[in-house]
Ligand binder design. Structure first.
Ligand SMILES: Nc1nc2c(ncn2[C@@H]2O[C@H](COP(=O)(O)OP(=O)(O)OP(=O)(O)O)[C@@H](O)[C@H]2O)c(=O)[nH]1
Length: 357
């Protein structure tokens, strides 16, 4: 924590000569700017739970500017010791399943219990269209005005891996700012679920009841990752179908061996729109945390996730460095020509390129 160096300029306010005054105000502006920009100031404010500074720090995290990245790295390192006191919940499901409506209902349930909830997103399309999920915050009308909630749309990035890294770093900042429950929304349409799964403690899959075809089109991988399936829109005419779907999903989940967490994934039904079943979902999630904290799986999983992110960041960085090196680009073009002319094998070409400096 920084020692806030309160300016003594106020004490000198009585100075009357214009030259000295302008010198002083220039000094004051400089001092203010330095203060505004200082890493310690950021850290102090974040730890106080100041949302403006939290948002600004996340903006630094998301920036591609090298100076901003340097600063955000320093802020992150200082915030890290204060950042482990939360639960991280991933929420996925196909577009239209009701993720935003569910997060609004669940988030409000949590804040009514005195929790502080941060909502982040990982959106595979955000590198293309600057973020869509959570982009429109008005979809969470009530949560967005809740003083115990913080909603941040998906960062945009050059790759999904980059977006995921930024989200992971934002989680740390939110936790340091006192948010004890982090909800991470992602669209259930591709690799993003795997990435979100590797940054959360609990992974929730939202589903809709279909007409007898519950298990069709469901990716085996997602079912395997899910700690719970919540069948949403269990209201009105849909209620009967929901009951059938629940039996089907339960059967499907029981086909998998018991997870390392020793948690048997559950199937619940809810209506996010009508606020039905949300308490039950919360109770189930709390049971999961009780179990996995007692059997140490919770901390073991976080350690494993850290290792995974270390390795995947190294891989990504090595790859980026390699392919953006202009000398390597030239050598690569040459080797491709050699391949086309049958002058070398892919393996020998790769060996030469990897030794290239
Ligand atoms: N009947 C009913 N409708 C719901 C329920 N939950 C959400 N909806 C409606 O379903 C539509 C989609 O809801 P969203 O919350 O925007 O769904 P989403 O999964 O966030 O959608 P994307 O942002 O496109 O991924 C909206 O019209 C909601 O009002 C529910 O429990 N019951």
């Amino acid at each position: 924590m920084s020692n806030k160096n309160k300016s003594t300029l106020h004490e000198k306010k009585g100075v009357s000569q214009p030259e000295t005054t302008s010198k002083l105000s220039a000094q004051k502006i400089k001092l203010n700017r330095a203060k505004k920009n200082s890493v310690n100031e950021f850290v102090d404010k974040i730890l106080e739970g100041n949302i403006t500074f939290l948002s600004r720090a996340i903006t630094l995290v998301e920036s591609t500017n090298a100076k901003h990245q340097q600063k955000s790295n320093e802020i992150l390192e200082q915030c890290l010791p204060y950042a482990n006191n939360s639960v991280r919940i991933g929420i996925t499901g196909v577009p239209g399943v009701g993720k935003s409506t569910f997060i609004e209902a669940y988030g409000r349930h949590l804040t009514s219990k005195g929790k502080k909830v941060a909502v982040l997103a990982v959106d595979p399309s955000s590198s293309v269209n600057k973020g869509s999920i959570l982009g429109d915050k008005t979809r969470m009308e009530q949560l967005v005005t809740d003083k115990n909630a913080f909603i941040r749309p998906s960062p945009s990035g050059t790759s999904l891996g980059g977006v995921a890294q930024k989200t992971r770093e934002s989680i740390i900042l939110c936790e340091a700012a006192g948010f004890d429950t982090i909800l991470i929304e992602t669209v259930g349409v591709g690799q993003s679920e795997t990435l979100v799964h590797s940054m959360v403690d609990f992974f929730l899959l939202l589903k809709l009841a279909g007409a007898g075809d519950e298990l069709q089109g469901i990716k085996r991988g997602i079912i395997e990752m899910a700690d719970a399936i919540v069948i949403n829109k269990a209201d009105g005419d849909n209620e009967k179908n929901t009951k059938i779907a629940k039996v089907e999903f339960n059967r499907a989940l029981h086909l998998y061996p018991l997870k390392e967490s020793k948690w048997q994934p559950k199937v619940l039904t809810a209506s996010a729109l009508k606020n039905i079943g949300i308490t039950e979902v919360d109770e189930m999630i709390q049971q999961y945390f009780e179990l996995t904290k007692a059997n140490n799986y919770f901390s073991q999983k976080r350690n494993d996730q850290n290792k995974y992110w270390l390795m995947s960041t190294i891989e990504r960085q090595l790859k980026d460095n390699f392919y953006t090196n202009p000398k390597i680009k030239l050598a690569l073009d040459k080797e491709i020509k050699n391949l086309e002319n049958a002058k070398t094998t892919p393996f020998n070409a790769a060996k030469r390129l990897l030794k290239f400096d």
